[in-house]
Write a protein that binds this ligand. Structure first.
Ligand SMILES: O=C(O)CCC(=O)C(=O)O
Length: 264
């Protein structure tokens, strides 16, 4: 990352490291998740279903996000703990970092997005906040539901979310941009990594493309000085050793889904 990017992270709450991963590395990662999907459900991590309760196929039922893939995939663990991410994260946080979670989003064509929210609403890191490393695995733009951020909100407290519109968001919570601020899209290429502050308001709209997936691998990290974190998260050093942190209150998986309909 350039010096300017580091300043942008401080100023705006986010910055992009371009081409941090090669196309070959991203191709391998995508192949891993294609194989995982083909192999079928892994309870607690990934439970795809053929169609919704009314017989229509919700693209997110067919391709749900994978939670904590680093616990079921060696390659995902290597991505989560990658030394290139570590170097940037430790510069951004100014201390040793711990990995708190991973996720993989397939976000197929037609999939709903995730309404604007703040990650630390879920992780409840104390003191301070978390940092995300959001790795683009496809070309990511407004057409396929790319990520949007509200610059400057990283300096604000956690907002009390409103209820999201279930037609456009799979997650229940919605944080409207504060007065005078607006969400801006972040356009990315495969291998680019968006780093953002855990208090930054961000989210995504539906994937309105006809045939473009919008895959991303996401890691959330905290500083070693963290005292408490939500019970859903099991922190690891960047060498992969577990670090048990006391539990904070009010935490949950990042972006609680609207109640899922029963099996078809
Ligand atoms: O990738 C997305 O669409 C949303 C991801 C997100 O907001 C998050 O990781 O907190």
């Amino acid at each position: 990352m350039t010096a300017m990017d580091m300043e942008a992270f401080e100023e705006d709450g986010f910055a992009v490291a371009r081409r941090l991963f090669s196309r070959a590395e991203i191709d391998d990662l995508c192949a891993e998740f294609t194989a995982l999907h083909a192999a079928g459900p892994v309870p607690g991590h990934f439970e795809p279903r053929a169609c919704g309760i009314d017989g229509t196929a919700d693209p997110l039922h067919v391709h749900p996000r994978v939670m904590h893939p680093h616990r079921i995939s060696e390659l995902s663990l290597r991505f989560l703990l990658d030394p290139r991410l570590r170097a940037i994260l430790e510069t951004l946080l100014g201390e040793e970092v711990l990995a708190a979670q991973s996720m993989f989003y397939f976000k197929p064509p037609g999939a709903r997005g995730q309404a604007l929210h703040q990650d630390n609403f879920y992780l409840r890191v104390e003191p301070g906040t978390c940092v995300a490393a959001w790795i683009a695995c496809d070309v990511v733009d407004q057409g396929n539901g790319g990520l949007e951020v509200v610059p400057g909100t990283h300096r604000m407290d956690l907002f009390c979310p409103e209820e999201a519109d279930a037609d456009v968001s799979f997650a229940r919570e919605y944080v409207p941009p504060p007065p005078g601020l607006a969400a801006v899209p972040v356009v990315m290429e495969p291998g680019d990594v968006l780093f953002f502050n855990g208090s930054l308001v961000h989210g995504s709209k539906p994937n309105r493309s006809a045939d473009r997936f919008r895959r991303s691998f996401i890691g959330h990290y905290v500083g070693r000085s963290t005292r408490r974190i939500g019970g859903f998260y099991r922190t690891l050093t960047m060498d992969g050793s577990p670090v048990a942190l006391p539990e904070s209150e009010g935490a949950g998986p990042c972006g609680a889904e609207f109640a899922a309909p029963g099996p078809h």
